[in-house]
Design a protein around this ligand. Structure first.
Ligand SMILES: Nc1nc2c(c(=O)[nH]1)N[C@H]1C(S)=C(S)[C@@H](COP(=O)(O)OP(=O)(O)OC[C@H]3O[C@@H](n4cnc5c(=O)[nH]c(N)nc54)[C@H](O)[C@@H]3O)O[C@H]1N2
Ligand SMILES: Nc1nc2c(c(=O)[nH]1)N[C@H]1C(S)=C(S)[C@@H](COP(=O)(O)OP(=O)(O)OC[C@H]3O[C@@H](n4cnc5c(=O)[nH]c(N)nc54)[C@H](O)[C@@H]3O)O[C@H]1N2
Ligand code: SF4
Ligand SMILES: [Mo]
Length: 746
């Protein structure tokens, strides 16, 4: 909070806004006068942050009016990537983009238009709505790496994803590939408080992280080997007398089949695969199964391990069932979608898209869980049971690498336009060389962003987006939660910026979607969403000012009356939904995407095991590299390497090193740490250098230190259930770089 501004002066209003720089969506109080934000502070009444803001949140005013922000629609006037732009009025941009999309639709069909999104931070139901009315099934996100496959696999097994934790009543928390110490700090704060009251915390992570440092048990497994660990936990719990017989007998099908299936997956079997000892594996299973009620909280790692990902999610999901930890006080809650307010799915207009167009969704023939075949099956079940379906915008997407390949090859049909919104695919999607080729090749591209990112630099139009302080926000777990937290805009958008909702609405109207966008502003849409809640509010803003949150009363063990939203009405340990879709009904063991046992020749050339990503402060994926005070906190990209390995490679702390996989190489600085196994290295993700030349081919140095140059999206390396590609558990080699990166900032 600024100390230099008089906040008691006349005319200052306090707006209940939110930070949107990460999923925590902390509450913010914004002090506003004459459409200017004078100061911000954390909202002490907001349940997650309770008044605190991290360094990113505190930099919101620097972000709001940073000199590098794109403030007006830009039209390319030079060659693609040449950096020559003309400022144009909003409506001109909308009309020209719409005309181009309509032309492509006429020549190649609506499916030739694709849209790309990023991590949750925007009104993506509006993008879906636009695409449904336009007639294209090819909207996608990189949320394939981020919860979406987990949600669908878990919903197949027990009728919803138990992402809501009753952690206040829990006795054991398993953080499986999750590091809230860097990726969700307000959450970490609560975990610490609960630990003081006796909560046991197990951290499964190859690195000794901020969170591992606080754990009761840290299991530093080989990256990508999570499936062997989950299967052996199932074995221990079932064969060492810790299963919940009552829950299994009364509420599950397929227990006998599961028990027979895991009979050989002992800790002794899993030890050489996970690089843990049998004692460590057993200790974890015992701690989780005997400190009941317990939780396994979602972490993004398992979504990112590629080939074994779906089976790992499946095995991990079964752990909750065999211990009876589902929907009980202190357990993993199956809340279902909201009964009380209109969900995002209900605003997406999914019924408008014809069956013929749904069948054209790219990747849906190969990866069925998060495309129309799997989504439709699951949506039918959940609608019958809960009355509503999960958000299609996230749970039913084209397969991104398949779209990039279609752009490049024209197969199975041409994709000619890509609308990129709230994402920077060059940094965040897998196998950057493939992404880059597609972005350079696509006939027509627009980017909707705050900044001139490497991706935006290749666009035909760049559309300026309004940020968190300039728009209202509803937080409700990708539109899938039964609760919501609402915030209001502090100010109207500055300059020529508009929020994402208005972009999709205006584009829809210009594409002939009159009559399909009844809400002129996003507040109008949000008010429709919440007006059935029964609070006495006449506008959305009034709801935020007086009410702000909706948390329905918790109902536990609902299955005792209603069963589960599966074909049998029970938890299906042997999953009939997965079987119907052509997947193994029980989790079959498969090794990490690349590994020394199945690929000895590869391991000879690339002897170290690589994991990329894991959030780190102060950045959020590829964001915030422009904000100088944040950059001072972390000025260069770092990779973690054990001192023993570094010594063998003549690498010293702080040296620039190359990290190379079969896809390419990148350069980062070595951080020597004993907190990582000598056989493993970790690279930070998201890095680019906004201070460098933004024109093609430099594009802000976006290939130099970018972890996704190393990752793989080949179909055979992807999870067969969902198509999620592999960022973690790959083979690499590391060697000293002859010189430093082009320019160092600090
Ligand atoms: N190798 C590797 N790759 C990963 C990961 C990993 O661990 N390792 N993690 C993955 C995960 S979990 C995720 S969620 C993805 C994230 O991937 P992305 O969501 O693509 O993240 P960013 O690269 O930060 O790109 C977001 C862009 O959107 C802009 N932006 C932010 N908010 C808004 C908004 O409200 N509206 C608009 N129009 N623009 C906005 C930002 O300026 C930024 O340029 O990356 C994935 N990629
Ligand atoms: N600072 C910061 N915070 C963020 C983000 C950010 O970019 N920066 N991104 C946000 C987003 S979109 C998301 S989805 C969340 C994700 O947050 P989390 O769910 O916490 O996931 P990550 O931080 O990606 O990775 C967690 C841990 O997984 C470990 N890990 C790596 N490979 C493996 C493996 O093979 N198996 C296991 N078990 N663990 C492994 C890493 O060492 C890392 O510490 O964070 C959010 N918060
Ligand atoms: S960036 Fe920081 S302040 Fe903003 S929501 Fe995330 S944790 Fe909260
Ligand atoms: Mo994410």
């Amino acid at each position: 909070m600024s100390k230099n501004v008089d906040l008691n002066q006349e005319g200052v209003q306090v707006k209940k806004s939110a930070c949107y720089f990460c999923h925590q969506n902390c509450g913010v109080l914004a002090y506003v006068k004459d459409n200017k934000v004078l100061a911000i502070e954390g909202d002490p009444e907001f349940p997650t942050n309770q008044g605190g803001l991290c360094c990113r949140g505190n930099a919101a005013l620097l972000h709001l009016d940073h000199p590098d922000r794109v403030n007006y629609p830009l039209k390319r006037v030079g060659k693609r990537g040449e950096g020559k732009w003309e400022k144009i009025p909003w409506q001109q941009a909308i009309d020209e983009i719409a005309a181009r999309l309509q032309d492509i639709k006429q020549k190649f069909g609506p499916e030739a238009v694709a849209t790309a999104g990023g991590t949750q931070r925007t009104d993506d139901w509006a993008r879906r709505r636009f695409m449904n009315y336009f007639g294209s099934p090819n909207g996608f996100h990189n949320a394939h790496l981020c919860w979406i496959p987990t949600f669908m696999v878990e919903t197949a097994i027990y009728g919803w994803c138990p992402f809501d934790l009753d952690i206040g009543n829990s006795r054991c928390l398993v953080l499986w590939g999750q590091n809230p110490g860097a990726s969700g700090m307000p959450e970490m704060h609560h975990i610490k408080e609960l630990q003081d009251k006796g909560l046991k915390v197990i951290v499964i992570d190859p690195r000794f992280t901020e969170t591992a440092a606080k754990a009761d048990l840290w299991l530093p497994l080989r990256p990508g080997s999570d499936l062997a660990l989950a299967l052996s936990w199932l074995h221990v719990i079932i064969y060492e007398g810790m299963a919940d017989d009552d829950f299994l007998t009364n509420w599950c099908t397929g227990y006998e089949e599961l028990a027979a299936h895991v009979v050989d997956f002992s800790p002794e079997w899993a030890a050489p695969l996970t690089w843990l000892t049998p004692e460590q594996i057993r200790a974890g299973a015992v701690m989780y199964a005997t400190n009941k009620p317990g939780n396994i909280q979602w972490g993004t790692s398992v979504d990112q391990i590629g080939r074994p990902a779906g089976a790992t999610m499946h095995a991990r999901a079964l752990l909750r069932a065999v211990t009876g930890n589902l929907d009980l006080p202190g357990g993993d809650l199956l809340t279902g979608p909201s009964k009380d307010f209109i969900t995002d799915e209900e605003m997406e207009a999914n019924d408008v898209l014809t069956a013929g167009q749904k069948a054209k969704q790219l990747g849906s023939d190969k990866f069925k869980m998060v495309t129309w075949p799997g989504y439709q099956r699951i949506a039918d079940l959940t609608k019958k049971f809960w009355g509503k379906a999960p958000t299609a915008e996230w749970m039913c997407e084209a397969h991104p690498p398949s779209v990039f390949r279609a752009i490049i090859s024209g197969e199975p049909y041409p994709v000619k336009a890509l609308l990129v919104s709230a994402t920077n695919p060059i940094s965040s999607y897998g196998e950057t060389k493939l992404v880059m080729e597609a972005l350079r090749k696509v006939d027509f591209m627009i980017a909707h962003d705050y900044w001139m990112t490497p991706t935006a630099s290749l666009a035909d139009y760049v559309i300026p987006s309004a940020g968190a302080l300039e728009r209202p926000t509803i937080t409700s777990s990708y539109g899938c939660a039964d609760f919501l937290l609402a915030s209001q805009r502090a100010i109207q958008p500055m300059y020529g910026r508009r929020n994402d909702y208005n972009f999709w609405r205006d584009l829809g109207l210009a594409c002939g979607q009159q009559g399909n966008w009844p809400w002129e502003t996003v507040e109008d849409a949000y008010f429709d969403k919440i007006k059935g809640l029964g609070y006495d509010a006449k506008t959305y803003d009034e709801f935020v000012e007086n009410q702000r949150f909706h948390f329905p009363e918790r109902e536990y063990s609902k299955y005792k009356e209603r069963g589960f939203a599966t074909p049998s009405g029970k938890v299906e340990l042997y999953s009939s939904v997965l079987e119907e879709l052509g997947y193994p009904p029980l989790p079959q063991y498969v090794g990490p995407t690349e590994n020394e046992i199945d690929n000895p020749e590869l391991a000879e050339k690339f002897p170290l095991v690589l994991t990329t990503g894991g959030g780190f402060m102060p950045f959020h994926h590829s964001e915030h590299f422009q904000i100088t005070p944040l950059r001072y906190l972390n000025h260069s990209p770092y990779m973690d390497i054990n001192p023993e390995t570094a010594a063998k490679l003549s690498i010293q702390d702080g040296d620039w090193v190359w990290i190379e996989t079969a896809r390419g190489r990148i350069r980062q600085k070595a951080n020597l740490t004993p907190g990582i196994d000598p056989r493993v290295v970790f690279t930070q993700r998201g890095w680019w250098y906004p201070e460098r030349d933004m024109r093609d081919p430099v594009l802000g140095g976006c290939m130099e230190s970018n972890a996704n140059v190393l990752t793989t999206t080949a179909d055979v390396d992807c999870d067969p259930f969902s198509g999620a590609w592999a960022n973690r558990g790959l083979m690499c080699r590391v060697y000293k770089a002859e010189q430093a990166a082009e320019k160092e900032v600090c």
